[in-house]
Design a binder for this molecule. Structure first.
Ligand SMILES: [Zn+2]
Length: 104
């Protein structure tokens, strides 16, 4: 994924585009901070005759699908487990714990 901001000027507004190689995945209108995602990426984003500079990738909350999962421990404690972490003391000390296996 690559974020670019249009610097062509003239009739082309300075939107920020999120590209996946040559496909347009999402864009943020100039002056706005909310990304609009296309349901299906628009294939073959045409850069010919236009100018682009590196854009701010942070405008797009590129999700890494690591939403925490709540796990209830044996004594009723509640832990948040993600793909590579757990909020319990065992994980903090050992870098792994029994809750990890319960994820996914
Ligand atoms: Zn744990």
């Amino acid at each position: 994924m690559e974020a670019v901001i249009e610097t062509t000027g003239g009739l082309f507004p300075a939107h920020t585009y999120l590209l996946d190689s040559n496909n347009l995945v999402a864009y943020v209108k100039t002056g706005e901070t909310t990304a609009f995602y296309f349901k299906n990426p628009i294939k073959g984003f045409d850069k010919r005759g236009r100018k682009f500079a590196p854009g701010n990738k942070n405008l797009f909350n590129i999700k890494k699908e690591t939403h925490g999962k709540t796990v209830i421990g044996s004594s009723g404690q509640v832990y948040t487990v993600t793909e590579d972490s757990c909020s319990c003391a065992g994980f903090t000390y050992r870098g792994t714990c029994k809750h990890m296996g319960k994820h996914g």
